[in-house]
Design a protein. Structure first.
Length: 485
């Protein structure tokens, strides 16, 4: 369908070039003038010959013999002119023929353009019909009238680029999806503390066992996307391990009484730079009064479960989330930047992973680069950046563990609300935080080129939707099962 759409502009260019090479409308006028000018020349020449012959006959008064001789002389004198006259007549005829041929060709080109326009209209109608059929098919599937093809949602299908939805529809939907904001944002009802198994030190063995189990099952399944069937686009089937290290970065500030849940590639660097990070070893950030302590450096009293639960209840807990389709591509770009690779690795073609390969299985792609020596970061660092944005903001029961969900795509509005809330909750003797915009360091604002429409990457929209199904579903970016795609 895309090829059909691109035919008409190329043909228009070709046709335009053909017309232009003959001078366009100016050339056609020039061709029509050629025979007219030639005929005028012939008339003038004929008149000159006639007058000259008349003068010769008038001036000859020496008898008929002399007249005959003069006539012969005159005839022989004008033989070259007669030859020239014939040549001009031939040239005029040729020019007229060329003009007629050019006019005929213009007519043919116009007819071809008209035919192509009709073909274009037919292609547009066909595209509209395909869209309608795809929408109807999805609706019937969602209502249970059509069965889901299990091979379309298998790991092998995803690796082969077989999409759960129509590939062309996925590309069109992917551009729309990249512009979406989370439907769930702002102030929410906090039900409790985030799942301790995701970050608390006492559960390191549990996390390690879970991670090993994930690796084994993943290897048996042949790679990413082991889940099949209808649930492959739901949160429980998302292919994410529980990290052996603390997968959630939890920051606390006792002066302003807030807890910040950090999601990588979601303006986290910008937030840390504004509030500042303070710990036992170093202080990063300019604002020491609002600086945050990462949970690695909390004291034993703070890490007491009872105290921790009370603190979580009393403090303002917030985090920011980012469009999952944009975030996935941002992670891919970050992997191939100075943040993860050395200058030498960036120049090495073997350290470049195509986006189409990375999106299908980012875990394996990152591990392969690390094992080749392309990545200067640890594997745990890479794993942390690939995690979804949901599990650290939910309780073990699946309820919200935060008071506020900010949007990376609307940073200034939501960041200002965070600061206003902190100021409203602060103690009287604590200075007010200035309301300022959140300068985003590693987030590209505005529209970006659609990486999901790149040749060979048509399956990426499908793969990322599956990988970050938890973010897509629970933050309300889209709901594949409910047809809001």
């Amino acid at each position: 369908m895309h090829k059909t759409h691109s035919i008409l502009p190329r043909l228009r260019t070709s046709f335009g070039g053909a017309v232009s090479s003959r001078g366009g409308s100016t050339s056609r006028r020039s061709l029509l003038l050629c025979p007219v000018l030639a005929l005028c020349g012939l008339l003038l020449l004929g008149g000159y010959i006639t007058l000259s012959g008349y003068a010769q006959r008038s001036g000859n008064s020496n008898g008929s013999s002399s007249g005959t001789a003069a006539a012969k002389s005159s005839s022989s004198s004008f033989e070259p002119l007669s030859t020239a006259l014939g040549a001009l007549q031939s040239t005029a005829a040729t020019a007229a023929a060329r003009a007629a041929a050019a006019a005929l060709k213009q007519q043919q080109l116009a007819g071809s353009l008209e035919s192509m326009q009709q073909l274009q209209q037919g292609a547009d109608m066909m595209a509209s019909s395909v869209d309608s059929m795809g929408s109807m098919t999805r609706t019937l599937r969602e209502q249970g009238f059509l069965a889901f093809d299990s091979h379309n949602t298998s790991a092998a299908g995803a690796a082969a680029g077989i999409s759960f939805f129509d590939a062309n529809a996925d590309i069109r939907n992917s551009y729309d999806a990249m512009q979406r904001r989370p439907a769930v944002h702002g102030h929410v009802t906090k039900a409790g503390m985030t799942d301790l198994k995701s970050w608390f030190g006492n559960y390191s063995d549990t996390r390690l066992d879970s991670f090993i189990s994930w690796r084994v099952n993943r290897a048996k399944a042949g790679g990413a996307g082991a889940a099949t069937g209808r649930d492959s686009y739901t949160c429980p089937a998302a292919d994410h391990p529980r990290m052996p290290f603390p997968g959630c970065h939890v920051f606390v500030n006792h002066k302003y009484k807030y807890i910040y849940i950090r999601s990588p590639k979601a303006a986290s660097t910008s937030i840390v730079n504004v509030l500042g990070e303070c710990n036992n070893k170093a202080t990063r950030g300019h604002n020491s009064s609002s600086c945050m302590v990462l949970h690695f450096y909390w004291n034993s009293t703070e890490l007491d479960t009872a105290n921790l639960q009370q603190m979580w209840k009393d403090y303002f807990v917030f985090g920011f989330v980012r469009n999952p389709w944009r975030r996935a591509y941002s992670l891919y770009k970050y992997l191939h930047s100075n943040g993860c690779m050395s200058d030498e690795a960036l120049r090495d073609p073997s350290c470049k992973v195509p986006w189409s390969s990375f999106c299908a299985d980012p875990w394996s792609a990152a591990e392969a680069l690390h094992d080749k020596g392309c990545i200067k970061r640890s594997k745990s660092y890479l794993y942390f950046h690939m995690e979804d944005q949901l599990h650290c903001m939910r309780t073990a029961a699946g309820d919200w563990a935060v008071d506020f969900i900010g949007r990376v795509d609307e940073p200034n509005e939501d960041w200002a609300e965070v600061l206003r809330t902190l100021n409203a909750r602060r103690d009287p003797d604590v200075p007010e935080l200035p309301i300022a915009d959140l300068e985003q360091k590693n987030v590209r604002a505005g529209n970006v080129k659609n990486p999901y429409a790149k040749p060979g990457a048509e399956q990426c929209f499908d793969a990322v939707s599956r990988l970050y199904a938890c973010d897509v579903e629970h933050y309300g970016f889209a709901s594949f099962r409910k047809g809001t795609q």
